[in-house]
Design a protein around this ligand. Structure first.
Ligand code: SF4
Ligand code: F3S
Length: 86
């Protein structure tokens, strides 16, 4: 699956949402004020690895799971956890 990482925080350009063919990119609970990782998230169970979102992001926040830079590896779990209903 593809993963959204730190550069999305504070940017949330949302161009990725428009290009995703399966609508698996979802906004975080930004209106509720408790999400320190205020960003959008990719549902790893729905992502079909088409790659369309990666070049659409103006701040290069999106990476294929195996290509996430070392300092942002934690975002693989952050994206997945968002869809666990926590
Ligand atoms: Fe959506 Fe494709 Fe990006 Fe997965 S890789 S989140 S399916 S646009
Ligand atoms: Fe975030 Fe980039 Fe999408 S800033 S909302 S991952 S286009």
């Amino acid at each position: 699956a593809y993963v959204i990482t730190q550069p999305c925080i504070g940017t949330k350009d949302a161009s990725c949402v428009d290009v995703c063919p399966v609508d698996c990119i979802h906004p975080g609970p930004s209106d509720e004020g408790y999400d320190e990782h205020e960003q959008l998230y990719i549902n790893p169970d729905e992502c079909i690895d088409c790659g369309a979102c990666e070049p659409a992001c103006p701040v290069t926040a999106i990476f294929e799971e195996s290509a996430v830079p070392a300092e942002w590896k934690s975002y693989i779990k952050i994206n997945a956890d968002f869809f666990q209903g926590a």
